[in-house]
Write a protein that binds this ligand. Structure first.
Ligand SMILES: *Cc1c(COP(=O)(O)O)cnc(C)c1O
Length: 462
């Protein structure tokens, strides 16, 4: 299988190249040239597979021989053996036909472990084969950083540099990044917000001449295709728990960079019967404004109680825009590079396509806390603020109460205690394996929001 760029200005790439580079050379994002199609029968035949076995079946469709089947199978098995729950992604029932899919049983307690534990292994495999070194450069609004560092800390062929917005991630999140030991691990706090970090990363990728000979940059942020691929799996896993009794399921997805929900969109494109896919955002609501009003324009970033969704632009939305514009790469390029504060609209047909695929809602901080309190009182279950936004959006957008509604629980509540406390509840304790986290020694530098400083720090540290 080949991967093409959403901007149409580079040759199709192999899976191996796509994993190693992240962003396409023309600045676009890689998407599979064709999406594998599965019959209903084929999907149902996977009903009793374990998480790892199901992951292998789905992932191998996209890896398409780039890793030998037995090696891939071992990799996938090892990846999900690191998760602390035997089901890997267990479902928890809230109300009637209302479910939460717990995606926080990985090493860093957020859904990003599903992809990054695998990506670390894929990178190691390809780099070892090539005897090549890479510098991973990524920006994080919190959860990606620790998951990436955990996923890559053992790799002999990787140096990893993670930029996070200084003072804008929670203490637990910061500690989860800055206490990862390893001399290939480098944490950089940028005096700016997440979009500033993301901008620096994009700029560094666009001109890599500052690197010493033999080095290249690799991306592990959610634009990396392998991450999307790994995330497709849990949509199938959850849906299969219902698919003999029910004809379809719906998902509500706390959304920032649009990686997680794009994986759901692909699952649907592959043939999984998904009725509604709900984009749940906080007050940084560009996607909600687009889906509900056909308005796609920038607004200033607002800090919220769900910081992993505090972004102005959702990078992965470009992958969906490509489909919305029926594969017209020039149109995609003009649309995404022309994004500004000015009103930006698409045609009625294009907007109808977006609305046919997604519902959306935007939930503010006050409402987020109200949901956390409500669900705790009613069901004795503690939601993290991102998940709470998904749960409320599900309630607001649900069309058919006969169809199971599954909200993705993207993080463990212990990562975001501020929202829990503001909801008037007691913060949960850290799980055993992280019990001493807050006492561990930290290591990070603070740099200004300046590309030259970031580049020289990277070169100095390699
Ligand atoms: C990353 C993250 C999100 C947003 O996911 P995207 O793929 O960026 O849309 C939501 N919740 C939590 C807890 C996250 O870490």
């Amino acid at each position: 299988m080949k991967y093409i760029s959403t901007r149409g200005q580079c040759e199709p790439h192999s899976f191996e190249e796509v994993v190693l580079t992240g962003l396409a050379p023309d600045g676009g994002l890689f998407i599979p040239e064709t999406v594998p199609q599965l019959s209903g029968e084929q999907i149902l035949s996977w009903k009793n597979l374990s998480y790892a076995d199901l992951a292998y079946e789905i992932i191998r469709l996209y890896v398409d021989g780039a890793v030998e089947d037995d090696v891939l199978k071992q990799m996938v098995t090892d990846t999900y053996a690191e998760f602390s729950h035997p089901e890997v992604a267990p479902l928890h029932e809230l109300g009637d036909n209302e479910w939460v899919l717990e995606l926080f049983h990985g090493p860093t307690l957020a859904f990003k472990d599903f992809a990054l534990q695998l990506l670390g292994r894929l990178l190691d495999y390809f780099l070892e084969k090539r005897q090549q070194h890479v510098a991973i450069l990524g920006a994080t609004s919190g959860d990606t950083g620790s998951a990436a560092l955990e996923g890559c800390k053992h790799s002999k062929f990787v140096d990893i540099f993670i930029l996070h917005p200084h003072n804008l991630v929670s203490e637990v999140q910061r500690k989860q990044m800055t206490t990862v030991a390893g001399n290939n691990v480098h944490n950089i706090a940028i005096s700016g917000n997440f979009d500033d970090c993301q901008q620096l990363v994009k700029q560094a990728f666009s001109d890599q001449s500052f690197l010493p000979d033999g080095y290249q940059l690799a991306a592990v942020n959610s634009i990396n295709w392998a991450r999307i691929m790994a995330q497709i799996v849990y949509y199938f896993y959850a849906a299969l728990k219902f698919l003999d009794k029910n004809e379809a399921v719906s998902f509500s997805v706390p959304t920032g960079n649009f990686g997680d929900i794009y994986a759901g969109y692909l699952a649907k494109k592959m043939g999984l019967p998904i009725d509604q896919l709900i984009i749940a955002t906080n007050k940084n609501d560009i996607l909600h404004r687009f889906v509900s009003q056909n308005q796609y324009n920038l607004r200033g970033l607002e800090a919220s109680l769900s910081p992993s969704m505090d972004i102005m632009v959702s990078s992965n939305f470009e992958r969906f825009i490509f489909d919305m514009f029926k594969g017209d790469a020039d149109k995609v390029t003009a649309f995404v590079t022309g994004l500004s504060k000015e009103l930006n609209q698409v045609s009625e047909d294009e907007w109808a396509f977006a609305k046919a695929n997604f519902d959306s809602a935007s939930i503010n901080d006050e409402e987020t806390c109200a949901v956390i309190k409500e669900v705790s009182d009613k069901y004795g279950y503690l939601l993290d603020p991102h998940t709470a936004i998904g749960v409320r959006a599900a309630q607001l957008c649900k069309r058919n109460s006969d169809i199971p509604m599954i909200s993705l629980a993207t993080a463990h509540p212990v990562k975001f205690t501020e929202a829990i406390e503001r909801a008037g509840l007691e913060a949960p304790a850290l799980p055993d394996h992280l019990a001493d986290l807050l006492e561990r020694d930290e290591s990070y530098v603070v740099l200004p929001q300046d590309l030259t400083d970031v580049k020289s720090y990277i070169v100095k540290s390699l």
